[in-house]
Design a protein around this ligand. Structure first.
Ligand SMILES: NC(=O)c1ccc[n+]([C@@H]2O[C@H](COP(=O)([O-])OP(=O)(O)OC[C@H]3O[C@@H](n4cnc5c(N)ncnc54)[C@H](OP(=O)(O)O)[C@@H]3O)[C@@H](O)[C@H]2O)c1
Length: 283
Protein backbone atom coordinates (compact mmCIF):
# COMPACT_ATOMS: atom_id res chain seq x y z
CA UNK A 1 0.00 0.00 0.00
CA UNK A 2 1.31 3.49 -0.84
CA UNK A 3 1.90 5.52 2.23
CA UNK A 4 0.75 9.09 2.49
CA UNK A 5 3.76 11.30 2.51
CA UNK A 6 3.72 14.24 4.86
CA UNK A 7 5.83 17.36 4.86
CA UNK A 8 5.97 18.93 8.32
CA UNK A 9 7.36 22.45 8.15
CA UNK A 10 8.90 23.86 11.34
CA UNK A 11 9.75 20.25 12.20
CA UNK A 12 12.39 21.33 14.72
CA UNK A 13 9.92 23.45 16.70
CA UNK A 14 7.86 22.51 19.75
CA UNK A 15 4.86 21.12 17.87
CA UNK A 16 6.62 19.94 14.69
CA UNK A 17 9.03 17.83 16.68
CA UNK A 18 6.30 16.08 18.67
CA UNK A 19 4.26 15.52 15.50
CA UNK A 20 7.23 13.75 13.94
CA UNK A 21 7.58 11.43 16.92
CA UNK A 22 3.84 10.72 17.10
CA UNK A 23 3.94 9.74 13.39
CA UNK A 24 7.19 7.79 13.61
CA UNK A 25 5.67 4.33 14.01
CA UNK A 26 2.48 5.00 12.08
CA UNK A 27 2.48 2.60 9.13
CA UNK A 28 0.04 4.71 7.11
CA UNK A 29 2.22 7.81 6.89
CA UNK A 30 5.77 8.61 5.89
CA UNK A 31 7.25 11.87 7.08
CA UNK A 32 9.46 13.47 4.45
CA UNK A 33 13.01 13.83 5.78
CA UNK A 34 14.19 17.37 6.44
CA UNK A 35 17.95 17.55 6.95
CA UNK A 36 17.55 21.28 7.01
CA UNK A 37 14.40 23.38 7.34
CA UNK A 38 13.21 24.76 4.00
CA UNK A 39 12.65 28.52 4.31
CA UNK A 40 8.88 28.72 3.89
CA UNK A 41 9.06 32.40 2.99
CA UNK A 42 10.82 31.53 -0.29
CA UNK A 43 8.31 30.32 -2.89
CA UNK A 44 11.19 29.01 -5.01
CA UNK A 45 12.58 26.85 -2.17
CA UNK A 46 9.13 25.63 -1.15
CA UNK A 47 8.34 24.71 -4.79
CA UNK A 48 11.65 22.88 -5.23
CA UNK A 49 11.12 20.81 -2.05
CA UNK A 50 7.54 19.98 -3.02
CA UNK A 51 8.62 18.96 -6.54
CA UNK A 52 11.25 16.66 -5.09
CA UNK A 53 9.10 14.86 -2.51
CA UNK A 54 5.55 15.40 -3.82
CA UNK A 55 3.78 15.24 -0.43
CA UNK A 56 0.08 14.37 -0.15
CA UNK A 57 -0.23 16.39 3.02
CA UNK A 58 1.60 19.49 4.25
CA UNK A 59 1.37 20.39 7.95
CA UNK A 60 2.56 23.93 8.43
CA UNK A 61 4.08 24.31 11.90
CA UNK A 62 6.66 26.87 10.75
CA UNK A 63 6.13 30.21 12.42
CA UNK A 64 7.66 33.15 14.14
CA UNK A 65 5.87 32.35 17.38
CA UNK A 66 7.44 34.83 19.77
CA UNK A 67 4.86 37.57 20.22
CA UNK A 68 7.25 40.20 21.53
CA UNK A 69 9.71 39.56 18.72
CA UNK A 70 6.92 39.85 16.14
CA UNK A 71 5.87 43.21 17.62
CA UNK A 72 9.28 44.68 16.83
CA UNK A 73 9.94 42.70 13.60
CA UNK A 74 6.71 43.23 11.69
CA UNK A 75 8.00 42.53 8.17
CA UNK A 76 9.69 39.32 9.26
CA UNK A 77 6.57 38.20 11.14
CA UNK A 78 4.36 38.65 8.04
CA UNK A 79 7.02 37.12 5.80
CA UNK A 80 7.05 33.85 7.76
CA UNK A 81 3.52 33.66 9.20
CA UNK A 82 1.60 35.01 6.21
CA UNK A 83 3.77 34.66 3.08
CA UNK A 84 5.12 31.30 4.29
CA UNK A 85 1.56 29.98 4.61
CA UNK A 86 0.70 31.47 1.19
CA UNK A 87 3.63 29.68 -0.46
CA UNK A 88 2.69 26.32 1.05
CA UNK A 89 -0.94 26.83 0.04
CA UNK A 90 0.14 27.51 -3.57
CA UNK A 91 2.32 24.42 -3.90
CA UNK A 92 -0.10 22.13 -2.06
CA UNK A 93 -2.87 23.21 -4.44
CA UNK A 94 -0.68 22.42 -7.45
CA UNK A 95 -0.03 18.93 -6.04
CA UNK A 96 -3.70 18.44 -5.11
CA UNK A 97 -2.38 17.91 -1.58
CA UNK A 98 -4.12 18.77 1.67
CA UNK A 99 -2.71 21.59 3.78
CA UNK A 100 -3.06 21.73 7.55
CA UNK A 101 -2.30 25.21 8.80
CA UNK A 102 -1.58 25.48 12.52
CA UNK A 103 -2.91 28.66 14.01
CA UNK A 104 -3.58 30.34 17.29
CA UNK A 105 -6.05 31.84 19.77
CA UNK A 106 -4.25 35.14 19.14
CA UNK A 107 -6.37 35.66 16.03
CA UNK A 108 -9.00 36.76 18.56
CA UNK A 109 -9.11 39.72 20.83
CA UNK A 110 -8.46 38.46 24.36
CA UNK A 111 -10.35 41.24 26.08
CA UNK A 112 -13.15 40.31 28.46
CA UNK A 113 -14.51 36.87 29.24
CA UNK A 114 -15.48 36.00 25.68
CA UNK A 115 -15.23 32.46 24.40
CA UNK A 116 -14.57 32.20 20.67
CA UNK A 117 -15.76 29.44 18.36
CA UNK A 118 -14.86 28.67 14.75
CA UNK A 119 -17.73 30.80 13.42
CA UNK A 120 -16.74 33.97 15.26
CA UNK A 121 -14.99 36.78 13.43
CA UNK A 122 -11.29 37.03 14.30
CA UNK A 123 -10.12 40.34 15.72
CA UNK A 124 -6.38 40.15 16.40
CA UNK A 125 -4.55 42.87 18.28
CA UNK A 126 -0.89 41.85 18.09
CA UNK A 127 1.36 41.68 15.04
CA UNK A 128 1.71 37.95 15.71
CA UNK A 129 -2.09 37.46 15.72
CA UNK A 130 -2.57 39.62 12.63
CA UNK A 131 0.17 37.86 10.68
CA UNK A 132 -1.21 34.42 11.65
CA UNK A 133 -4.70 35.50 10.52
CA UNK A 134 -3.24 36.69 7.20
CA UNK A 135 -1.66 33.21 6.85
CA UNK A 136 -5.04 31.57 7.51
CA UNK A 137 -6.69 33.77 4.87
CA UNK A 138 -4.12 32.85 2.21
CA UNK A 139 -4.59 29.16 2.97
CA UNK A 140 -8.39 29.46 2.75
CA UNK A 141 -8.24 31.36 -0.54
CA UNK A 142 -5.55 29.34 -2.27
CA UNK A 143 -6.28 25.69 -1.44
CA UNK A 144 -9.82 24.37 -0.88
CA UNK A 145 -8.35 21.21 0.67
CA UNK A 146 -7.38 23.02 3.83
CA UNK A 147 -7.74 22.51 7.52
CA UNK A 148 -6.93 25.34 9.91
CA UNK A 149 -6.31 24.16 13.46
CA UNK A 150 -6.14 26.79 16.19
CA UNK A 151 -4.83 26.05 19.66
CA UNK A 152 -3.65 27.94 22.73
CA UNK A 153 -0.83 28.04 25.30
CA UNK A 154 0.95 25.05 23.74
CA UNK A 155 3.63 23.62 26.01
CA UNK A 156 5.82 20.55 25.94
CA UNK A 157 9.12 19.02 25.10
CA UNK A 158 11.66 21.20 23.30
CA UNK A 159 11.99 24.96 23.19
CA UNK A 160 11.65 27.06 26.32
CA UNK A 161 8.12 28.22 27.00
CA UNK A 162 5.98 29.40 29.93
CA UNK A 163 6.02 25.89 31.42
CA UNK A 164 9.83 25.75 31.45
CA UNK A 165 9.98 29.32 32.81
CA UNK A 166 7.78 28.31 35.77
CA UNK A 167 9.68 25.03 36.22
CA UNK A 168 12.95 26.96 36.45
CA UNK A 169 11.50 29.38 39.01
CA UNK A 170 10.28 26.42 41.09
CA UNK A 171 13.63 24.67 40.90
CA UNK A 172 15.47 27.82 42.04
CA UNK A 173 12.87 28.71 44.70
CA UNK A 174 12.46 32.17 43.13
CA UNK A 175 9.17 34.02 43.48
CA UNK A 176 7.55 35.61 40.42
CA UNK A 177 4.34 37.30 39.32
CA UNK A 178 1.58 36.00 37.07
CA UNK A 179 -1.53 37.78 35.89
CA UNK A 180 -5.04 36.78 36.92
CA UNK A 181 -6.83 38.46 34.02
CA UNK A 182 -5.21 36.59 31.13
CA UNK A 183 -7.40 33.54 30.53
CA UNK A 184 -6.95 30.59 28.17
CA UNK A 185 -6.48 26.80 28.08
CA UNK A 186 -3.01 25.29 28.29
CA UNK A 187 -2.63 22.47 25.78
CA UNK A 188 0.17 19.92 25.67
CA UNK A 189 1.92 19.67 22.30
CA UNK A 190 1.51 15.88 22.21
CA UNK A 191 -2.23 16.14 22.90
CA UNK A 192 -2.54 18.61 20.03
CA UNK A 193 -0.36 16.43 17.78
CA UNK A 194 -2.63 13.43 18.38
CA UNK A 195 -5.68 15.45 17.30
CA UNK A 196 -3.86 16.62 14.15
CA UNK A 197 -2.94 13.01 13.31
CA UNK A 198 -6.58 11.96 13.80
CA UNK A 199 -7.55 14.48 11.10
CA UNK A 200 -4.98 13.43 8.48
CA UNK A 201 -7.19 10.90 6.82
CA UNK A 202 -10.48 12.67 7.30
CA UNK A 203 -12.46 14.55 4.70
CA UNK A 204 -13.11 17.36 7.14
CA UNK A 205 -12.05 20.76 5.86
CA UNK A 206 -12.31 24.25 7.30
CA UNK A 207 -11.48 25.54 10.77
CA UNK A 208 -11.16 23.54 13.97
CA UNK A 209 -10.37 24.80 17.44
CA UNK A 210 -8.28 22.33 19.43
CA UNK A 211 -7.54 23.56 22.93
CA UNK A 212 -7.90 21.59 26.12
CA UNK A 213 -11.22 21.83 27.92
CA UNK A 214 -11.62 24.18 30.88
CA UNK A 215 -9.95 27.52 31.44
CA UNK A 216 -7.47 29.16 33.78
CA UNK A 217 -5.52 32.34 34.32
CA UNK A 218 -1.74 32.55 33.93
CA UNK A 219 -1.65 32.63 37.72
CA UNK A 220 -3.67 29.41 38.12
CA UNK A 221 -1.63 27.74 35.39
CA UNK A 222 1.66 28.64 37.14
CA UNK A 223 0.30 27.40 40.48
CA UNK A 224 -0.74 24.09 38.92
CA UNK A 225 2.68 23.59 37.30
CA UNK A 226 4.49 24.31 40.58
CA UNK A 227 2.35 22.02 42.72
CA UNK A 228 2.38 19.17 40.19
CA UNK A 229 6.15 19.35 39.98
CA UNK A 230 6.38 19.28 43.79
CA UNK A 231 7.52 22.91 44.15
CA UNK A 232 6.09 25.58 46.43
CA UNK A 233 2.93 26.97 44.75
CA UNK A 234 3.13 30.18 46.79
CA UNK A 235 6.21 31.21 44.79
CA UNK A 236 3.82 32.71 42.24
CA UNK A 237 2.14 35.99 43.19
CA UNK A 238 -1.14 37.08 41.63
CA UNK A 239 -1.13 40.43 39.82
CA UNK A 240 -3.62 42.23 37.60
CA UNK A 241 -2.59 43.37 34.14
CA UNK A 242 -3.82 46.94 33.94
CA UNK A 243 -2.20 47.75 30.60
CA UNK A 244 -4.31 45.29 28.61
CA UNK A 245 -1.22 43.80 26.96
CA UNK A 246 -2.57 40.26 27.13
CA UNK A 247 -3.95 38.86 23.92
CA UNK A 248 -4.72 35.28 24.90
CA UNK A 249 -8.27 34.22 24.20
CA UNK A 250 -10.44 31.31 25.20
CA UNK A 251 -11.28 28.94 22.36
CA UNK A 252 -14.48 26.89 22.16
CA UNK A 253 -13.97 23.57 20.32
CA UNK A 254 -17.43 23.85 18.77
CA UNK A 255 -16.62 21.96 15.55
CA UNK A 256 -15.52 18.89 17.53
CA UNK A 257 -18.83 19.04 19.38
CA UNK A 258 -20.86 19.42 16.17
CA UNK A 259 -19.08 16.67 14.27
CA UNK A 260 -18.69 14.46 17.37
CA UNK A 261 -15.30 13.42 16.08
CA UNK A 262 -12.94 14.25 18.95
CA UNK A 263 -12.81 15.33 22.58
CA UNK A 264 -9.88 17.17 24.08
CA UNK A 265 -8.98 16.41 27.71
CA UNK A 266 -9.36 18.95 30.52
CA UNK A 267 -6.23 21.09 30.82
CA UNK A 268 -5.64 19.91 34.42
CA UNK A 269 -5.70 16.22 33.41
CA UNK A 270 -3.50 16.97 30.41
CA UNK A 271 -0.97 18.77 32.61
CA UNK A 272 -1.05 15.99 35.25
CA UNK A 273 -0.37 13.37 32.56
CA UNK A 274 2.47 15.37 31.04
CA UNK A 275 4.14 15.89 34.42
CA UNK A 276 3.60 12.26 35.45
CA UNK A 277 5.34 11.21 32.23
CA UNK A 278 8.15 13.69 32.87
CA UNK A 279 8.66 12.21 36.32
CA UNK A 280 8.59 8.73 34.82
CA UNK A 281 11.28 9.75 32.33
CA UNK A 282 8.94 9.96 29.34
CA UNK A 283 7.79 13.13 27.61
N1 LIG B 1 3.40 27.80 21.28
C1 LIG B 1 2.13 28.16 21.46
O1 LIG B 1 1.71 28.52 22.58
C2 LIG B 1 1.16 28.11 20.32
C3 LIG B 1 -0.19 28.34 20.58
C4 LIG B 1 -1.10 28.29 19.51
C5 LIG B 1 -0.66 28.04 18.24
N2 LIG B 1 0.67 27.87 18.00
C6 LIG B 1 1.08 27.64 16.62
O2 LIG B 1 1.64 26.35 16.52
C7 LIG B 1 2.60 26.31 15.47
C8 LIG B 1 3.89 25.72 15.99
O3 LIG B 1 4.34 26.53 17.06
P1 LIG B 1 5.51 26.08 18.03
O4 LIG B 1 5.07 26.39 19.40
O5 LIG B 1 5.97 24.71 17.66
O6 LIG B 1 6.59 27.17 17.60
P2 LIG B 1 8.18 27.07 17.60
O7 LIG B 1 8.64 26.11 18.64
O8 LIG B 1 8.66 28.48 17.65
O9 LIG B 1 8.51 26.43 16.19
C9 LIG B 1 8.43 27.15 14.99
C10 LIG B 1 9.27 26.47 13.96
O10 LIG B 1 9.22 27.24 12.75
C11 LIG B 1 10.54 27.33 12.23
N3 LIG B 1 10.67 28.49 11.36
C12 LIG B 1 10.76 29.80 11.68
N4 LIG B 1 10.90 30.53 10.57
C13 LIG B 1 10.91 29.67 9.52
C14 LIG B 1 11.03 29.82 8.10
N5 LIG B 1 11.18 31.02 7.51
N6 LIG B 1 11.00 28.71 7.34
C15 LIG B 1 10.85 27.49 7.90
N7 LIG B 1 10.74 27.28 9.22
C16 LIG B 1 10.76 28.37 10.02
C17 LIG B 1 11.40 27.41 13.48
O11 LIG B 1 12.74 27.11 13.13
P3 LIG B 1 13.93 27.84 13.95
O12 LIG B 1 13.73 27.48 15.38
O13 LIG B 1 15.14 27.28 13.32
O14 LIG B 1 13.73 29.30 13.71
C18 LIG B 1 10.74 26.32 14.32
O15 LIG B 1 11.20 25.05 13.93
C19 LIG B 1 2.74 27.76 14.98
O16 LIG B 1 1.94 27.92 13.85
C20 LIG B 1 2.16 28.59 16.11
O17 LIG B 1 1.63 29.79 15.63
C21 LIG B 1 1.60 27.87 19.02
Amino acid sequence: MTKNSIWITGASGRLGNVLKSVLKNNVDYRVIPTDEEVDVSSLEDVQAHADLYRPNIIINCAALSNEEYCETHKAQAYKVNAIGARNLAIVSRKLNAKIIQISTDDVFNGAGENVWNEFDQPSPISVYGKSKLAGEQFVRELNPKHLIIRSSWVYGKGKSDYFSFVEEKGKNGESFEAVVNEISSPTNSKTLAKFIVSMLNSNEYGIYHASCEGKCSRFEYAQAILSNLGYDPTLVKAVVDTEGKNNSALLDNLMMEIMENYTMPHWKDDLNDYIANLKGGKK
